[in-house]
Design a binder for this molecule. Structure first.
Ligand code: GLC
Length: 752
């Protein structure tokens, strides 16, 4: 009897399966025909990972499964500096730490696309081996101002740097056959009121500055997904904008992957966002499924639009490791990745000052190590860009590992302060953020007598959901200033030196104090091996070759965009609890160095700047016209007495007859390998006529004017080492759709 019931059950089950085709890469259309509208809505709406028993603990989200058709749930996990999942699991003795890699600004500051691709490969491997399918990275929004809390996750003020670094990262991650998500598309330039703010941008600034990085990244990489951002753009939610997500992204740029929303919990019309081109609403709520079903039934959402997005989603799912039953190990090679992050982060560190060749230190010795961050090093930023790392090497440990002796009394003092600070944080939730404990001059003089050198770490933390303050954040605190001044005075009085380490993910004020220390190393937030990485650079085991991918202004008010940024001042933006609703991009295309060079304004450190332990000579360049623009080459020679790498930037100054143009714009960059003293390397560059174009708002077209262009090869935007002319014989125009236009008057600045 039992047997027969079992037989009947098995038969009916197999019949049932037989009636239900199982998803394969080549039968997606058939599957769609078999899906009910309820199932289609289920597919288009994700779920918090925590609400699913099919996810990976600590991951961000999952898609929903349809078991009867063999459609699995797949796992979406953050983030740009490493896989963000829970490091421990209830009832499980194993651990699931992921490697904390350098943050976005640190990776971009390497100017080394190959290195970034290698870091991406390692992060992609951890994504794969921890059972995830899509990494929600890279973050690649433009640094409109230094005050955006998430700049640490992003790459640059310049679209070419942001686009090429993002492409390298995507190719690295996806070489593991897992997906990425280029984000946040588009103009997600601030954290204050990010869910509501309406970014008011001219079509020219939109095309040339804010969309350009995404466009460039899609030329040389094919990210599985794009994440549409929270904000509005010229009056329309980006997530509900077919002009952005279909007309530009797909019709003009040819993107055929999946668009998912950023993690929106607000009750916005879900059917609109499916129609606009999102194939996945995340994190996802049941009311969104209902909304989709109801609007299909009342005809306001076409089944055609639904099926189009379901097809895109299924086309992504069939590529995932989970669909292909990859047997993930939960054991990526964390030791190898730790070594990789230790080396990679040194290449992004920027040597800002090095008076009388203070660095590299030619011997170890006794160090008076100041600054609470020296003992509590900041490896990365906060929010979804954080990583649950197995450890962080602080600077005290890194210097000790390198053979230095840390002054014990000073160490005890700071570590006692840390205990006190942690208690304050535990009680009040607030830590004293950056305030340094005061140290008397007398004690500092004693330390100068007892030690060989002084090191001060200035630390800054920032992250998702909050923008930075100016006082006490962008600017030094009074205690920090006094510490730098007093330590420099005491150590200089006895012929000893002071090194300042900047441990942050973003820009801060430097002009008022940069001439006090003997050396300044911008270490960024270098990942879990941070202290070792800094020590490697200080002792010359690694030569710093990082260069700034954003401008360090003299004061924050020198940046025009700050007038329209939520700093608690300015006509359009208020914080202190009051939401504001828009931000005018009156600076237009004059973001970063485009502003400072075109308006001839001084800066503290220019875009592209970074010192080395050696010097480089640039040869006479060769620029050759091609049918589609020009190629250029230049030979770089190490003329110093230490090895080093040099990142060379190719800028172009256009004739500027048909439109007002920035003084110069970066069009390509390349970096030498490690050159020994006397060694040379020839770098090549490629620039197309399209790359030379500017965007004409009125005509809604890209325009490459004919005439003589001045091609400049720079060690930074202000340090042009070689020039050559290029004649663009024919004027070119490329019409694009007149979309996302301004809905209101916008008074933009202009250098003329
Ligand atoms: C956040 C972030 C996004 C992240 C997502 C999932 O709101 O804006 O970058 O990937 O949610 O955590």
């Amino acid at each position: 009897m039992k047997t027969s019931i079992l037989t009947i059950m098995l038969t009916s089950a197999s019949l049932c399966l037989a009636n239900n085709p199982q998803l394969r890469a080549d039968n997606i259309d058939e599957i769609i025909k078999n899906l009910t509208i309820e199932e289609k809505a289920r597919l288009l709406v994700g779920r918090e990972n925590s609400e699913s028993d099919k996810g990976v603990p600590g991951a961000a989200g999952v898609t929903q499964d349809i078991p009867r058709l063999g459609i699995p749930s797949v796992v979406l996990t953050d983030g740009p500096a490493g896989v963000r999942i829970s490091p421990t699991r209830k009832g499980d003795n194993a651990t699931y730490y992921a490697t904390g890699f350098p943050v976005g600004t640190a990776l971009a500051s390497t100017w080394n696309q190959e290195l970034v691709e290698n870091v991406g490969k390692a992060i992609g491997n951890e994504t794969l081996e921890y059972g995830c399918d899509v990494l929600l990275a890279p973050g690649m929004n433009i640094h409109r101002t230094p005050l955006c809390g998430r700049n640490f996750e992003y790459y640059s003020e310049d679209p070419v740097v942001a686009g090429l670094i993002a492409a390298a990262y995507v190719n690295g991650v996806q070489s593991n056959k897992v997906g990425t998500s280029i984000k946040h598309f588009a103009v997600n330039s601030q954290e204050t009121n990010r869910i509501e703010v309406d970014e008011i941008v001219s079509p020219r600034a939109l095309r040339e500055i804010y969309l350009r990085p995404f466009e460039i990244s899609l030329r040389t990489s094919n990210p599985w997904t794009v994440m549409s951002s929270y904000n509005k753009l010229n009056g329309t939610w980006t997530q509900s904008s077919p002009e952005l997500l279909k007309t530009i992204l797909r019709d003009e740029w040819g993107y055929d992957g999946l668009v998912m929303t950023d993690w929106t919990n607000e009750r916005r019309p879900s059917y609109e966002r499916v129609a606009a081109g999102n194939a996945l609403l995340t994190p996802g709520h049941d009311w969104q499924e209902t909304d989709i079903i109801e609007h299909v039934k009342d005809g306001s959402l076409s089944m055609k639009d639904v099926d189009e997005q379901v097809k895109i989603l299924l086309s992504m799912i069939v590529k995932t490791p989970r669909f292909n039953h990859y047997n993930f190990s939960n054991r990526p090679d964390l030791d190898a990745h730790a070594a990789l992050t230790r080396q990679a982060s040194t290449e992004g560190m920027v040597l800002l000052e090095n008076r009388n060749n203070t660095l590299p230190l030619n011997k170890t010795g006794k160090v008076a190590l100041f600054g609470k961050t020296s003992y509590d090093f900041i490896a990365g930023g906060t929010g979804s860009g954080n990583v649950n790392k197995p450890y962080v090497i602080d600077l005290k440990t890194g210097l000790t590992n390198a053979g230095f002796t840390i002054d014990p009394k000073l160490q005890d003092y700071y570590e006692a302060q840390k205990v006190l600070n942690d208690k304050i944080r535990a009680i009040s939730g607030e830590s004293s953020r950056y305030d340094e404990p005061a140290i008397s001059r007398r004690n500092i003089e004693k330390l100068a007598a007892d030690n060989d050198i002084a090191v001060i770490t200035i630390g800054r933390q920032a992250g998702e959901g909050r923008d930075r303050d100016i006082d006490g954040d962008f600017n030094l605190t009074q205690n920090e200033r006094e510490l730098i001044e007093n330590v420099a005075a005491a150590f200089h009085a006895v012929g000893k030196k002071l090194i300042v380490i900047m441990n942050m993910g973003n820009v801060m004020e430097t002009a008022s104090w940069k001439n006090i220390p003997d050396a300044i190393l911008l270490a960024w937030q270098p990942g879990q091996e941070g202290g070792n990485s800094v020590a490697d650079v200080l002792i010359g085991k690694e030569s710093p070759s990082g260069k700034l991918t954003m401008t360090f202004p003299i004061t924050i008010s020198d940046i025009p965009a700050v007038n329209n940024f939520p700093t608690g001042t300015g006509p359009n933006n208020r914080r202190n609890g009051k939401n504001y609703d828009y931000s005018n991009h009156e600076e237009d295309i004059y973001v970063g160095y485009r502003y400072f060079t075109s308006f001839d304004k001084p800066v503290s450190y220019p875009f592209g700047y970074g010192l080395s332990y050696t010097e480089f000579k640039y040869s006479k360049p060769v620029v050759k016209a091609t049918p589609d623009g020009f190629t250029a080459s230049i030979t770089v020679t190490n003329t110093g007495n230490r090895e080093g790498k040099e990142a060379v930037q190719l800028y172009v100054s256009a004739p500027g007859k048909d439109m007002i143009k920035p003084a110069r714009e970066l069009k390509d960059f390349s970096k030498t390998s490690l050159l020994k003293p006397g060694q040379s390397e020839t770098l090549t560059f490629t620039v197309s006529a399209d790359d030379l174009a500017s965007f004409n708002d009125e005509a809604s077209q890209w325009q490459t004017e004919a005439g003589t262009y001045n091609i400049q090869f720079g060690a930074s935007v202000d340090d042009i080492r070689a020039k050559a002319p290029y004649v663009q014989k024919k004027a070119l125009t490329k019409k694009v759709n007149n979309v996302l236009s301004l809905k209101r008057e916008l008074n933009t600045i202009s250098p003329q």
